[in-house]
Design a protein around this ligand. Structure first.
Ligand SMILES: [Fe+2]
Ligand SMILES: [Fe+2]
Ligand SMILES: [Fe+2]
Ligand SMILES: [Fe+2]
Length: 414
C-alpha cells in the first residue's frame, strides 16, 4: 500500500486540535503550526530530511493520548492533571509508526522544563532535542495564539522566550526558536496562510509498505477516535474487526482487506470534531444537535479527500450513512454513486455494530434482534439484502461475549 503518511497524520492532527482546544485552550491548526516551527528549528540545527519527518510527525501527534488519558483516569474539573500519563501513553502509541529516523522520547518528554520542574523532573541535557522543540513551540502557540495574533507578536514572543530561557525552555530550543522567528514567519503561521506554509516547509513522507504493515497504524488512529467517548469506546475497533472479517469472507486480496480495515478504522474520524457534550448527551438530541452529530461524516470527508493514495479508503470511510434509496448523509460527489460493494458493506457493518452495542439511548441487542432490524431496512430499500444475509451467517460465529470480535491482527497474522 502506498500513500502520503504526512498528509494522513496532518489531517488527523486537525481532529486532535479540536480535542486539545476543548481541554487545553489550543487553537485551530495548532498541530500544523508547531510541526512547521519544529521543522524550521530542525533545519536550523542541520537535521536530515528523515529526522525532520520524524520530528514533524511527533509534533503533529504530541497529544495523541489526550482522549485516552481523560477516559482512563477521568480527572475531575478542578483536579490537577497527571501530566505524565498522556506522555507515556502517547509515546507508546506511536511506536507502531515506521519512522525513518529515531524519535525516541520526543513525545514522552514534551512536558519537561529545562530546570527539572516538568512532568518527569528531568533536566536540560537528558531531554531529547526533539522533545525540547515540541515543548517550547507547544507552549508558545497555546499562550500566544499564533494563528490569530497580529499586533506586536514578534516582540511579545521574544520576551516570552527570554523570560523563560534556561528555566522553562532549554537554551538550545530557545535559541533555535528565536533564530527562525521573523515577522514573515509569524504572518505565514496565521490561519489563512498556514496550509500553504505547511506544504512548503514540512517534508513529504510517502509510505510504501506491505498491506499488513498498515494495520497497526489504522488500529492506533481508530483507537484514538474511540477514546473520545466512553459510550462508543469500542465502536471503531469492532467495526474495523468486523470489516476485516467480512472482506476475508468475500475472498478479497490482502491489499484490499487492509484498505477495508483502514477505511473502517477512520469511518468516524470526524467525531473528533464534534463537541463531547453532544456525543455523550444522555437523552434525546434536538434538531440542531442531531445536525451537528451528522456533520461528523462531512468532516471525515473533508479530512480524508485530499490524501494521496487514499481514494478508495476515503470513499469507503465516508459513505456509511448513505442509503441505497438515495437517502442518508452527507452530500458527496456524484462519482461516489451508485454506492460500490465495499461502501454498501460498510453501511451494513456500521448499522450492525451501532445496533448491537449499548448506547445511552438503547441497550445492547442480540445478533438475531440486530439482523431483524437490518432486515426491516432491507425491506425499505435502504441497505443491501445479500450483504445482510451474509452478515447473518458470518457474524453468528461471534454471538458470545456480547458479540465481541477479536482483532484480526491476532487472528490472522501470527
Ligand atoms: Fe501534552
Ligand atoms: Fe499542544
Ligand atoms: Fe458514522
Ligand atoms: Fe460509526
Amino acid at each position: 500500500m502506498r500513500f502520503r503518511m504526512d498528509q494522513l497524520i496532518s489531517s488527523f492532527s486537525t481532529g486532535l486540535d479540536a480535542v486539545e482546544k476543548t481541554y487545553l485552550g489550543a487553537s485551530t491548526n495548532h498541530g500544523k503550526r508547531i510541526a512547521i516551527l519544529n521543522v524550521k528549528m530542525g533545519q536550523y540545527m542541520g537535521w536530515s530530511k528523515e529526522d525532520l519527518i520524524g520530528l514533524s510527525i511527533c509534533a503533529l501527534l504530541h497529544d495523541n493520548a489526550l482522549t485516552e488519558y481523560l477516559l482512563s483516569e477521568k480527572p475531575g474539573p478542578k483536579q490537577a492533571w497527571n501530566m505524565k500519563t498522556h506522555c507515556v501513553l502517547g509515546e507508546e502509541n506511536v511506536t507502531c509508526l515506521p519512522f525513518p529516523a529515531d524519535t525516541e522520547g520526543f513525545i514522552l518528554y514534551h512536558h519537561e522544563h529545562a530546570d527539572g520542574t516538568g512532568a518527569f523532573g528531568i533536566k536540560v541535557h537528558d531531554i531529547p532535542l526533539g522533545a525540547q522543540f515540541i515543548a517550547i513551540t507547544d507552549m508558545v502557540d497555546v499562550t500566544k495564539h499564533l494563528g490569530t495574533q497580529r499586533q506586536n507578536s514578534l516582540e511579545d514572543i521574544t520576551r516570552c522566550i527570554t523570560d523563560n530561557w534556561g528555566t522553562r525552555f532549554t537554551p538550545a530550543a530557545a535559541d533555535a526558536l528565536q533564530s527562525i522567528l521573523s515577522k514573515d514567519v509569524l504572518d505565514q503561521l496565521h490561519d489563512e496562510n498556514v496550509d500553504s506554509f505547511y506544504k512548503e516547509v514540512v517534508p513529504q513522507w510517502i509510505l510504501d509498505v506491505p498491506a499488513s504493515k498498515t494495520m497497526p497504524i489504522a488500529n492506533l488512529l481508530g483507537k484514538i477516535i474511540d477514546y473520545k467517548s466512553p459510550f462508543t469506546a469500542k465502536h471503531t475497533d469492532q467495526i474495523a474487526n468486523r470489516a476485516y472479517i467480512m472482506s476475508r469472507y468475500y475472498g478479497m486480496d490482502d491489499e484490499t482487506c487492509a484498505k477495508v480495515f483502514f477505511a473502517a478504522s477512520l469511518h468516524d474520524l470526524g467525531k473528533l470534531m464534534i463537541p463531547t457534550e453532544i456525543l455523550e448527551k444522555n437523552g434525546k438530541l434536538d434538531d440542531k444537535e442531531f445536525e451537528i452529530i451528522k456533520s461528523h461524516v462531512a468532516w471525515s470527508y473533508t479530512l480524508l479527500k485530499d490524501i494521496e493514495g487514499f481514494d478508495e479508503i476515503c470513499r469507503w470511510a465516508v459513505t456509511h450513512h448513505r442509503k441505497l434509496n438515495g437517502t442518508g448523509y452527507p452530500d458527496l460527489p456524484e462519482s461516489y454513486f451508485p454506492l460500490d460493494f465495499v461502501s454498501r458493506l460498510m453501511a451494513c457493518i456500521d448499522i450492525y455494530q451501532a445496533v448491537r452495542e449499548a448506547r445511552p439511548y438503547h441497550p445492547g441487542r442480540t445478533h438475531e434482534e440486530t439482523i431483524n432490524i437490518m432486515q426491516n431496512m432491507v425491506n425499505k430499500g435502504e441497505i443491501d439484502k445479500q450483504i445482510t444475509q451474509d452478515m447473518d451467517q458470518a457474524m453468528a460465529v461471534f454471538k458470545e461475549d456480547d458479540g465481541y470480535v477479536p482483532s484480526p491482527m491476532q487472528m490472522y497474522q501470527q
